[in-house]
Write a protein that binds this ligand. Structure first.
Ligand code: GDG
Length: 505
């Protein structure tokens, strides 16, 4: 553990490694999966020498005394301290499983009908957010850059600003941000907005979300737009459901300037290339292809979550088998739908529904030598996943709503000369970057059915043409580019209590 204060603190609720017990002692292993949020954030440690990560770790109230709060991690990303905030199982349940997942998550994803206000415990949410802020401030130098992630830490900036008025505070949303008329369902809306407006920079994946935030900030809190620009590449400015032709890049509020940023996380296609070039991967892809034989392989990857649209995707697959008897025994769907941690009651019904549908479809159409859907509710190792991406004919990424969706970009990064087809929901943030995918509206049966046929019937030349455009973008705007962009925006955040008044002076 280092004693000096850090100039860069990341606050994200998950720990950036996998912890296991070996010979009675905890060991910290680098995450197996090289893609996703944690590796993307750890990439920032390569340039920040004294960086600290703040996360939570469950600890029973009785065991807090001998809890190891700070651990020093050395991995391929560098050497850094991780501060683990000890939360009791009751705190975790109330803060994360209930208030975050049952009240905030449905609103963020524009499902107001699923908003469950009754069990939400806002006092606990405040308290846990305050503890996170205190833990971050204990580590941070007075003018440190503190980068807070995701909606479950929405109130952290407010508390940080009280403790360290001169800190530079940035916030990034991994989820969508809904339109004002949906966001305003939240009874805590002013408190959330006041906290976000105490940041120096607030970030989102795509302009539609940042514009939704700007609308709420202006209409609810009286903030004003400082600077508006046309949306530029990688965003498709018009013509798709989440397109937005212009972006606000700064707001003014109570004499302060708040930078607004819309920039999507990238995948890491070089890691995928490197793995697919190995002999082991080549053999595994060939093995999958030989097991599939002359059948077509469709795949879908994600967590169990009603917003991911797995139920609607399975229903579309069921309709495909009903509508096109010629495809029976000729297609197979590999559906990776990773079950949530115990206690996530928000997702229980969604998981039951996925399992029921898979059983119903397999029971109705399958036989001894053909099971239409292979479901895995366990995670699949990333190397294995990448081999399936390469072997698949169609990847179905059809969420009802999704902040971005990295699976879509990973699939594109894994294609070869005879590429598969990406079927992508218009309601995933990634769709505004990848309009050459077969875009679908998962709310419409007719649209899903027609596009599934189109994907399965697409000739090689068209598949290659579409892939080329998407591949260029996925590779150019990869995870490293995201990091470079974010660093540039951080550099533009003025140091120590800068304000509009000072700008004017
Ligand atoms: C949020 C937002 C936003 C999935 N299953 C397995 C597995 N994965 C990996 C994928 C991918 C990642 O997990 C999932 O990416 P998503 O983008 O779908 O992320 P969410 O978990 O929904 O997270 C989302 C994201 O934040 C980033 O800001 O895009 O919209 O909801 O990397 O490969 N990896 C392995 N086995 C699996 O079974 N190894």
């Amino acid at each position: 553990m280092t004693s000096r204060k850090s100039s860069f603190v990341i606050v994200y609720h998950r720990q950036p490694y996998e912890e296991a017990i070996e010979n009675g002692r905890p060991v910290f292993r680098e995450n197996k999966s090289p893609n996703g949020i944690v590796p993307a954030l750890k990439g920032f440690f390569s340039t920040a020498k004294d960086a600290v990560w703040v996360a939570w770790k469950q600890a029973p109230a009785s065991g807090k005394a001998n809890f190891e709060r700070t651990v020093r991690i050395k991995d391929s990303y560098g050497e850094y301290d991780v501060v683990r905030l000890p939360l009791t199982p009751e705190q975790v349940k109330a803060f994360y499983h209930v208030t975050s997942k049952e009240a905030l998550w449905p609103i963020l994803h524009s499902f107001p009908g699923m908003f469950n206000y009754g069990p939400a415990d806002w006092e606990n949410f405040r308290e846990v957010n305050r503890l996170f802020a205190e833990a971050a401030c204990e580590q941070a130098a007075d003018d440190a850059l503190i980068w807070v992630h995701d909606y479950n830490l929405w109130l952290v900036p407010f508390y940080i600003r009280q403790i360290k008025p001169n800190a530079r505070i940035a916030f990034f949303h991994h989820t969508p941000f809904p339109a004002p008329d949906v966001f305003n369902v939240l009874p805590w809306r002013e408190e959330i907005l006041a906290s976000l407006l105490s940041c120096d920079m607030v970030g989102f994946h795509i302009p539609r979300y940042s514009e939704n935030f700007v609308s709420v900030a202006c209409s609810l809190m009286g903030a004003t737009r400082e600077e508006v620009r046309p949306a530029e590449l990688p965003f498709h400015p018009t013509g798709v459901a989440l397109a937005e032709p212009s972006v606000t890049t700064a707001l003014a509020y109570q004499g302060r300037r708040i930078g607004i940023d819309a920039w999507p996380i990238g995948a890491n296609p070089r890691v995928i290339d490197a793995y697919l070039a190995t002999e082991k991967a080549r053999k595994r892809v060939a093995q999958i292809e030989s097991e599939i034989g002359d059948r077509r392989l469709l795949m879908s990857v994600g967590r169990v979550d009603y917003v991911k649209g797995t139920k609607e995707m399975l229903e579309a697959f069921g309709r495909l088998l009903e509508r096109r008897p010629d495809l029976r025994e000729k297609v197979k769907l590999f559906c990776v739908c990773v079950a949530p941690a115990d206690g996530m009651s928000a997702y229980r019904a969604a998981q039951r529904e996925v399992e029921r549908l898979v059983g119903a479809i397999n029971g109705k159409y399958g036989n001894l030598s053909w099971t239409p859907i292979m479901l895995s509710t366990r995670g699949v190792p990333f190397e294995e996943l990448v081999c399936y991406y390469r072997a698949a004919d169609v990847c179905l990424v059809t969420p009802l709503r999704d902040g971005l969706n990295l699976v879509a970009k990973e699939f594109i990064g894994a294609q070869g000369e005879d590429p598969g087809v990406l079927v992508l929901s218009e309601f995933a943030g990634a769709a505004v970057e990848l309009p050459e995918a077969v875009l679908v509206n998962p709310y419409s049966h007719r649209n899903m059915d027609a596009n599934l046929d189109r994907a399965l019937d697409m000739d090689c030349a068209e598949r290659q043409q579409r892939l080329a455009a998407m591949n260029e973008r996925v590779r150019r705007w990869d995870v490293d580019h995201w990091a470079t962009h974010v660093r540039e925006r951080f550099d533009g955040v003025p140091a120590v209590g800068d304000s509009l008044d000072r700008d004017a002076a």
